[in-house]
Design a protein around this ligand. Structure first.
Ligand code: AMP
Length: 398
């Protein structure tokens, strides 16, 4: 079976065509700058291990035009990887917010679309774009089943004691204000890989997904019991441009005493805080360069970044009353050995002790970087959200 995985944003569509017999991509790409004067399409194919890349610039007024061009490239006589769009039996869609309505992967029907629409207020930046992706794929790949994989679904196993906020009950009951969590597809994928690696299912695992967005999850016996993002993706760890945890009084102070509008506060906390607020850069590679050149600000921000993760490790070890492994994943978790070192420093109490050389080594596979004697495993596991979406799509249709 061939499955197309789509992640539609407001002005972009990321996609990957995966052959489920090998679980390898046949093609992947991104349509960007949809709706602007000139759009771009970067399309890669992987045939017999050889990668080919095509880049195009042309007006892409809407998502339909972009996805139709992707379908043409996938079936192109010269560079195509399939002969007809009908070879794609299913399209797996990344859908960000499933609220409490969606606890697992689902076949997208009109009812499902209506429910996703109802959830727009909970994810105003993501759900509308995701739904556009679905509607466009229904037109362009009309033979295919459309399947929705929600970012929030994996976290729906959290107990009430973890997902409720101590605010008036009716705000939960009538307005749905609670912790939902995000990056669920990634936390699920790497925690399952970790369990396979450890050779057991009864485990206490902490998954640390640190990319441009970042979240951490406590996974007990394969089920999520707590996570750091909340109603929206602003809470928890320090991120590229988002603040993570702050005292909510800061918001009132800015609005009431300093004359900020609520839009300005939202912009500051979502786009101008985190590492970019602390250092002027959001990419850890740039910040690390400054740190190595002796920039004290860069050093402080790295320490703050790691300190927040340490705090959550303590928090979740307590929640699970145990810790078998911590998992580093996503752009920073997989590549930034300095962050891993700082997180694992002075954590012997938790059985965490890193091996310097193993931490510095590089690999695209799962690897163990703890010292021989350490009680807790430290694993680096490359995430693969597209494959996880394809797998869940495949499982649903089997
Ligand atoms: P992601 O959102 O998972 O794609 O992660 C993107 C982020 O990973 C970038 O913004 C960088 O901060 C970080 N990153 C990627 N490669 C490296 C690297 N080699 N060293 C440090 N950070 C990296």
């Amino acid at each position: 079976m061939k499955i197309l995985v789509i992640n539609a944003g407001s002005s972009s569509i990321k996609y990957q065509l995966i052959d489920m017999t090998t679980e390898l991509p046949l093609s992947s790409g991104i349509v960007e700058r949809i709706g602007l004067e000139e759009g771009t399409l970067t399309h890669k194919t992987f045939i017999d291990g050889i990668e080919n890349k095509v880049s195009e610039t042309f007006p892409i007024p809407n998502h339909t035009v972009g996805l139709e061009r992707v379908a043409e490239l996938l079936t192109d006589k010269k560079i195509g990887v399939i002969t007809d769009p009908s070879e794609i039996q299913a399209v797996g869609h990344r859908l960000v917010h499933g609220g409490e309505a969606f606890t697992k992967t689902i076949l997208i029907t009109n009812d499902v679309k209506a429910k996703v629409k109802e959830l727009f207020p909970l994810a105003p930046l993501h759900n509308p774009a995701n739904l556009t992706g679905v509607e466009v794929a229904e037109k362009v790949f009309s033979h295919a089943s459309q399947i929705g994989v929600f970012d929030t679904a994996f976290h729906q196993t959290m107990p009430e004691v973890a997902f409720r906020y101590a605010i008036p009950n009716e705000m939960y009951e009538k307005m749905g204000i609670r912790k939902y969590g995000f990056h669920g597809t990634s936390h699920k994928y790497v925690s399952e890989k970790a369990n396979e690696y450890l050779g057991k299912k009864e485990t206490n695992i902490i998954t640390i997904h640190i990319g441009n967005g970042a979240s951490i999850a406590a996974v007990k016996n394969g089920a999520c019991v707590d996570t750091s993002m909340g109603l929206g993706p602003l809470n928890g760890l320090i991120m590229g441009t988002r603040s993570g945890d702050i005292d909510p009084s800061i918001i009132f102070y800015l609005v009431e005493q300093k004359g900020y509008s609520i839009e300005e506060v939202s912009n500051v906390l979502n786009k101008k805080s985190g590492m970019v607020g602390l250092t002027g850069n959001f990419d850890m590679r740039d910040i690390q360069k400054h740190l190595l050149n002796g920039d004290v600000n860069a050093e402080l921000s790295y320490k703050m970044y790691a300190y927040r993760i340490k705090q959550y490790i303590g928090n979740y070890t307590a929640a699970m009353n145990g810790l078998d492994a911590i998992i580093f994943t996503a752009g920073i978790g997989e590549n930034d050995s300095l962050v891993r070192k700082l997180v694992c420093e002075n954590m012997e109490f938790f059985g965490i002790e890193i091996d310097k050389e193993k931490n510095a080594a590089r690999s695209k596979d799962i690897r163990e970087i703890n010292s021989e004697a350490a009680k807790t495993k430290i694993l680096v596991i490359p995430t693969n959200e597209e494959l996880e979406i394809a797998r869940q799509t495949f499982e649903l249709l089997k």
